[in-house]
Ligand binder design. Structure first.
Ligand SMILES: Nc1ncnc2c1ncn2[C@@H]1O[C@H](COP(=O)(O)OP(=O)(O)O)[C@@H](O)[C@H]1O
Ligand SMILES: [Mg+2]
Length: 406
């Protein structure tokens, strides 16, 4: 199979001819084809539009399937892997092969073929196809697919440093406002350029001011988008009779704090002034804003509080933290359904096993009520018994996947 055949992933004619319109409705990956992806040589799932349960022993290849789906949105997937590490590697091979993930994405009445992978020619570039046509940028993926994920690594989200929480929030923001990613990229680019100039002691005021201007304007937009989504999400958490605990969300950040009290232009001016005044210190310690009392947009933190207990998430029990996360992701899916008319796919890696029976049932009920295609993984198929008759069941073993749907 050639790379482009692998990316097209389908020998069945496609229902939508243009593939250009924004996806609306309930998103589902109806067919998934993996080629040289992680442990898989070649595998195809006719997953349909219902929820999917993947069960199998540790190391069988379950998370790899969810990771493949996570590459259908822009970014580096749920493991934040290097593209080269994703390609299948056999013992003795030190580099992974060019890999491909192809999917038939259904969204209500339309369907589109989306493919992505590591370009065989360069061995380093990510390539994206939509309905067989190579796309200029991976950002086009967000027109066709949206997914949220929870992984076992995220169990420490409320305990570790701010970076993961910021990333979690930014991914949620991105799902509502795809331009968010571009603003963060240009902010980070200016941040790195400025740090490089300062490290080299090039105190060129015009150059530094131009970079700080980019950081201020993009940083202001990033902060405003975060605040808006955090507010809407917290609202979506409380507006239901969900069994999952509602949370309050706040953002600890200079710009995020100023926005509620000051006009946008003034927030930008303050960011510019803060950056300018910290040049000398930043030239000694590197980065930006380390000498400023408060967090610049690349340092902001998401503060989550268990609303009913008025307790910071980091002080809640491990089980409560898990439920807060599930509640947040379900709230994001509901919000997207009500406000954008599109229900994202959920990738729930090892989530069911960590919930008590009532909350597991509540999760299944909420997923079914939303009509959302959730992909569940676990080692024990019994836990998913309530989904018999509504979900597709797959057994994963030794890098092969068997349809066990009764
Ligand atoms: N690039 C790769 N090439 C071949 N195998 C890989 C690659 N990356 C990961 N694997 C293998 O994939 C297997 C399955 O991983 P994973 O999907 O995380 O299992 P689990 O079912 O526990 O979620 C692991 O045994 C791992 O060694
Ligand atoms: Mg796993």
């Amino acid at each position: 199979m050639t790379q482009s055949q692998a990316l097209a992933g389908s020998d069945i004619p496609d229902a939508s001819s243009s593939g250009q319109s924004s996806a609306v409705g309930r998103l589902a990956c109806a067919r998934l084809t993996l080629t040289d992806f992680r442990c898989y040589d070649q595998v195809r799932l006719e997953s349909g539009t219902q929820p999917v349960v993947l069960t199998g022993a540790n190391g069988a290849g379950k998370t790899n399937v969810l990771e493949a789906l996570s590459f259908l949105i822009p970014g580096s997937g749920l493991r934040r892997a290097k593209l080269m590490d994703v390609g299948r590697r056999q013992p003795g091979e030190d580099a992974g092969r060019p890999w491909a993930v192809a999917a038939e994405i259904e969204s209500g009445l339309t369907s589109v073929s989306v493919g992505t992978g590591l370009e065989a020619a360069t061995g380093s570039k990510r390539v994206v196809h939509v309905d067989g046509e190579t796309q200029k940028a991976q950002s086009v993926l967000s027109q066709h697919f949206a997914a949220h994920w929870l992984t076992p690594q995220m169990d420490r989200l409320f305990l570790d440093g701010s970076q993961e929480r910021r990333r979690f929030l930014d991914r949620l923001v991105f799902s509502f406002d795809p331009a968010h990613a571009g603003r963060i990229t240009s902010y980070n680019h200016a941040l790195r350029e400025r740090a490089r100039l300062l490290a080299d002691n090039k105190m060129d005021d015009a150059w530094l001011s131009a970079l700080e201007d980019t950081m201020a304007t993009r940083g202001m937009a990033v902060a405003a988008a975060r605040l808006q989504v955090a507010e809407r999400l917290a609202g979506a958490c409380t507006e239901t009779s969900s069994l999952f605990p509602a949370c309050e969300l706040a953002i600890d950040g200079l710009a995020e704090g100023w926005i509620s009290a000051l006009p946008a232009l003034e927030v930008e001016d303050r960011l510019r002034a803060a950056l300018k005044s910290s040049r000398t210190k930043d030239s000694h310690v590197g980065g930006a804003g380390n000498s400023i009392d408060g967090r610049l947009p690349h340092q902001s933190d998401l503060l989550v509080t268990h609303a009913a207990k008025s307790m910071p998430a980091g002080q809640c029990s491990t089980g409560e933290q898990k439920m807060l996360l599930v509640g947040l992701v379900l709230a994001a899916a509901r919000l997207s359904a009500s406000d954008e008319g599109r229900v994202p796919v959920l990738l729930l890696d090892e989530v069911a096993a960590h919930l008590d029976a009532d909350h597991r049932q509540a999760l299944f009920n909420e997923v079914l009520a939303l009509g959302c295609q959730a992909w569940f993984t676990g080692t024990d198929v019994e836990l998913f018994a309530p989904l018999q008759g509504t979900a597709k069941f797959y057994d994963v073993a030794d890098a092969s996947i068997t349809d066990m749907t009764p």
